[in-house]
Design a protein around this ligand. Structure first.
Ligand SMILES: O=C(O)[C@H](O)[C@H](O)COP(=O)(O)O
Ligand SMILES: [Mg+2]
Length: 310
């Protein structure tokens, strides 16, 4: 799976202007594109302000399941960037929608066990589901099956799905209880992973990502989850159906080839832009392989394009 044309490195004012004129809608990945953890990358705000002034439509599509959309809205606001909640799509939101619309679990009866952070818990609760595990502080205690409050009286019989995602508080207690629910079998308990990203870009570091956490649960249970984040097309379908967008005029901007660029390529969007401020390198961007598509365009970081057109 490769793009037929060689990726274009945007390096001149003319190339930057041609890039902007080609699209009317931009889907932005967040980690590694707009920011690294809490470090806002240079010119992120100015770039988004410029797109607004140009009348472009902007959406944010992140595989980061640690925050709910409302929390992301606050994160943007803290940087002086005003974003509506329906511009924000996350893998936690996509996973909660999957539980509701594909598994058709009943909020009043069915519960979900979470290996992950507040983003997953909050999105499930917004849809009316009771989410167990996750950030429950009792999971911070050392694991002992005889005394664990999640095991000593037996598993909750109403748990019908496990959602696993990035969990920076992961420990043996969380992994052990998650395994018990997954051992109930796929007929009783579905297994959902928020996203496949095996690493997570931070300023000066690359740390383990959701994919590495989910792999623990997958390996110990010998089960493979359905992943709801990019490149799963459900996310793109919900964005396009909600906002009536024209694919050929849309560009996916990301820092990871096997999620962001694959999402744009398999979604038949008008184009994709890879930024090298997160996970990928120029060498990988140009490499022809069946493993992932090459981007239509690439650049060092968003700020480089802003500096060409400001
Ligand atoms: O580990 C993860 O979950 C991901 O690396 C991270 O959250 C990716 O977020 P995105 O780059 O899609 O904003
Ligand atoms: Mg990213």
């Amino acid at each position: 799976m490769t793009t037929s044309t060689d990726p274009i490195k945007i390096a001149t004012k003319k190339e930057a202007e041609e890039f902007f004129n080609k699209f009317d809608t931009f889907l932005f990945d967040c980690d590694g594109v707009l920011w690294l953890g809490d470090y806002l990358l240079p010119y992120t705000k100015e770039f988004l302000d410029k797109l607004n002034k140009m009348g472009k439509k902007v959406y944010f599509v992140t595989n980061n399941s640690t925050r709910a959309r409302a929390s992301y809205q606050k994160k943007f606001k803290a940087y002086g960037i005003d974003v509506k909640i329906d511009q924000i799509y996350t893998s936690a939101f996509a996973s909660a929608i999957y539980v509701r619309d594909f598994l058709k679990l009943q909020p009043s009866k069915d519960k979900i066990w979470v290996l992950g952070e507040s983003g997953i818990m909050d999105e499930l609760e917004t849809l009316g589901y009771e989410a167990l595990g996750g950030t429950d502080p009792r999971l911070n205690e050392p694991f002992d099956a005889k005394t664990s409050p999640f095991l000593k009286d037996g598993l909750d019989p109403n748990v019908r799905a496990v959602i696993a995602g990035l969990d920076r508080e992961v420990n043996y207690h969380r992994l052990a209880v998650t395994l018990q629910y997954l051992r109930e079998g796929e007929d009783k308990v579905s297994f959902i992973g928020t996203n496949i990203d095996c690493t997570f870009p931070q300023k000066d570091y690359i740390v383990p990502g959701a994919g590495s956490i989910i792999a623990c649960a997958a390996c110990s249970s010998r089960r493979e989850p359905i992943y709801c984040g990019k490149p799963n097309m459900n996310m793109l379908d919900s964005i396009i159906s909600h906002a009536k967008l024209e694919k050929s005029k849309m560009c996916m901007v990301g820092d990871r080839l096997n999620t962001d660029i694959k999402f744009g390529y398999e979604g038949n969007l008008g184009g994709t832009l890879l930024v090298l401020s997160g996970i990928e390198t120029e060498e990988r961007a140009l490499h022809v392989t069946e493993e992932y598509p090459r981007p239509s365009y690439y650049v060092g970081k968003l700020g480089d394009i802003y500096e060409l057109i400001k």
